[in-house]
Design a protein around this ligand. Structure first.
Ligand SMILES: Nc1ncnc2c1ncn2[C@@H]1O[C@H](COP(=O)(O)OP(=O)(O)OP(=O)(O)O)[C@@H](O)[C@H]1O
Ligand SMILES: [Mg+2]
Length: 591
């Protein structure tokens, strides 16, 4: 009950904020249609009363007109009300979707490693988009049927008060069953959320341009379609199972209710046959019991719908409240840093049974370019994740200019880092918005970032230059893989934060682009620490410090010459790559 009241107050508050005029209009039209219905009843009653006196048509005409006007007003008010309520529902959906997006944006990045976060996000979307307006409209419906109930009770109170408590209990079995059914439905929805997400993921794969290529070349249409079908039928089996249980229970409850209504009618009949009730009072009693049973049924259905929506809305409320409880201090970007130190840092991903990074001690300084190398899965991107505040160390500390960052909000470190991620995003906005999505960067900075990332030449070939739309799905330009990476690099450069981190920035770039990256890193290092990850030793050798990672630990640190003279892992990897470019003796002699 308390949860339902909370749901109603928060829904009303939300609607008041989002669309108060629509809400007021719907309430007004509801009242108007009730008044019009009453006018119709009164006018029709009057006409019927007069007809007994055999009047002329002109004499009953006002009543006919009154009844017709009532019907017309009721129909018009209901039609407009239904349209407006759709608008109110859409408006509410816009508000809750935005709130869910904001809440998801506040969640720490580590939440994205947790499947329950995705479940919560999906349930919040559904709860917010479908149930706010339902809570409000069910409450209106409940209010209407309660008024109807009260009016009928007032009539019966005069005639046969005894049947009121009996008739009122008619809905009791249904109320108990509806509450249990609602809870089962809500539990099932949570149980199905992971499958719903799998279905949404398959939908996304089929609509994804990059995957469309693989789907065609690998002939995945049928197998993926089958997978889709399997999940759907698994889902439907569970839904049918619940529907069967719900229907069985509801039928049993309905039968019980019918027995109770029958008992109330029996009371009226018994009182009439015993002479306690006159025939006229008995007919009012029978009609009253029927109307009371109908009104309790309606009130019951509305309250069940309200209870159901309140359960679903609670998922939305909880998600928003969880996010709101997280302190976000985005304003505190650190303007500059000269050294960042990892002091015996270890880190393990949630759900993993081994450390992704172990006992990392390292200092990154302004004025220097630091390169991180190592095989796939060595922990390079994880190190970057910790460096830019996406993750916190499980052990050890990360110090910015000697200050332990453990006490800082992680958003501070995040906002103080310009990062080109290995899995960078492809933002299909205009070029300008793709480089500076926040829209806070002036055109000169934008152009400089594009030029330094080496994507300016291509931008200049596009008809609308920086205002050119990207992405074929929006009738925009499509970029090559390397051009997309350069654009993402421009985005990180335009951010101009205290630290610059580039995770495999040259992975998709041509030789010239890779060369420019080395120069860029050098220039940037003059004003901020620069870290980059690369598998290309031609670039790595230029770095001031090279960190070699293996299975989450640092095995070697130093500049190129030092590491070569160590003749360890770095030297082996370097020689391996270099040998691929050198002519083998027999090939040389053949040439
Ligand atoms: N979000 C995650 N949750 C759990 N484990 C993860 C996660 N991300 C990475 N890992 C695991 O952590 C280890 C280090 O991954 P990381 O991405 O840091 O490797 P990397 O050195 O960047 O490799 P690559 O050269 O392929 O980019 C790997 O074993 C990987 O499977
Ligand atoms: Mg990586």
């Amino acid at each position: 009950m308390r949860a339902t009241v909370t749901a109603l107050t928060s829904s009303l508050r939300l609607m008041w904020r989002a669309c108060r005029s629509l809400l007021l209009a719907v309430v007004t039209l509801d009242v108007l249609s009730s008044v019009a219905q009453a006018i119709t009843l009164v006018a029709a009653g009057w006409v019927l009363g007069r007809l007994a006196e055999s009047p002329s048509f002109g004499e009953v005409l006002p009543g006919v007109l009154g009844a017709s006007a009532g019907i017309a007003i009721n129909l018009a008010a209901t039609a407009i009300r239904n349209d407006l309520s759709e608008l109110a529902s859409d408006r509410t959906r816009a508000e809750t979707s935005a709130a869910v997006l904001r809440a998801a944006g506040r969640m720490p990045y580590r939440a994205f490693d947790d499947p329950t976060f995705y479940d919560g996000l999906r349930r919040a979307h559904e709860g917010g988009s479908q149930h706010v307006w339902r809570v409000v409209s069910s409450s209106f419906g409940l209010l209407r049927s309660t008024i109807e109930l009260a009016t009928t009770m007032a009539v019966l109170l005069v005639v046969v008060p005894l049947v009121i408590p009996v008739a009122l209990t008619a809905y009791l079995p249904l109320a108990v069953v509806s509450a249990r059914n609602n809870r089962m439905l809500h539990r099932l929805s949570w149980g199905l959320t992971a499958d719903d997400r799998r279905l949404a993921y398959l939908d996304q794969i089929f609509a994804d341009r990059a995957m469309a290529k693989e789907i065609r070349t690998l002939g995945l249409q049928t197998p993926l379609g089958r997978r889709h079908q399997e999940i759907w039928s698994r889902r439907m089996d569970a839904v049918y199972g619940l529907a069967r249980t719900r229907a069985t229970r509801s039928v049993a409850a309905q039968l019980l209710s019918a027995c109770v209504v029958g008992a109330a009618l029996g009371i009226v009949v018994a009182l009439t046959t015993s002479g306690t009730l006159s025939l006229a009072a008995a007919s009012v009693g029978v009609l009253g019991v029927r109307q009371l049973a109908n009104a309790t049924g309606r009130a019951g259905r509305e309250s069940a719908a309200l209870h159901r929506s309140a359960l679903f809305l609670d998922d939305y409320e909880k998600f928003i409240a969880n996010a709101a409880a997280i302190e976000v201090d985005a304003a505190h970007a650190i303007p500059e840093v000269s050294s960042i130190t990892f002091d015996s840092v270890s880190f393990r991903y949630p759900g993993s049974d081994r450390d992704a990074l172990r006992n990392i001690s390292l200092t990154i300084e302004r004025g220097q370019v630091t390169a991180v190398v190592g095989g796939n899965g060595a922990g390079k991107s994880t190190l970057i994740g910790l460096l830019c505040g996406l993750y916190r160390p499980a052990q050890g500390a990360i110090l910015w200019d000697g200050h332990d960052t453990a006490a800082w909000p992680e958003t501070s470190i995040q906002r103080s880092s310009s990062v080109l991620f290995q899995d960078f995003g492809r933002l299909e906005f205009t070029i300008a918005d793709s480089i500076a999505p926040a829209g806070t960067v002036d055109r000169a900075t934008l152009e400089r970032a594009a030029s330094r990332a080496g994507v300016d030449d291509h931008i200049n070939t596009l008809e609308d230059g920086f205002d050119h739309q990207l992405g074929r799905q929006f009738d925009g330009a499509e970029l090559s893989g390397g051009q997309w990476q350069r654009l993402a690099l421009a985005r990180s450069l335009a951010a101009e934060a205290a630290l610059l981190v580039l995770d495999e920035p040259g992975a998709a770039m041509d030789v010239e682009g890779e060369r420019r990256l080395v120069e860029l890193a050098r220039q940037e290092a003059r004003r901020r620490p620069v870290v980059f990850v690369s598998h290309r030793f031609g670039s790595v050798r230029e770095a001031d410090t090279i960190v070699v990672l293996e299975e989450g630990t640092i095995i070697e640190v130093g500049d190129h010459d030092t590491l070569m003279s160590l003749d360890g892992r770095y030297a082996k990897l370097f020689q391996l790559q270099a040998s691929a470019f050198q002519d083998k003796p027999d090939q040389a002699s053949r040439a």
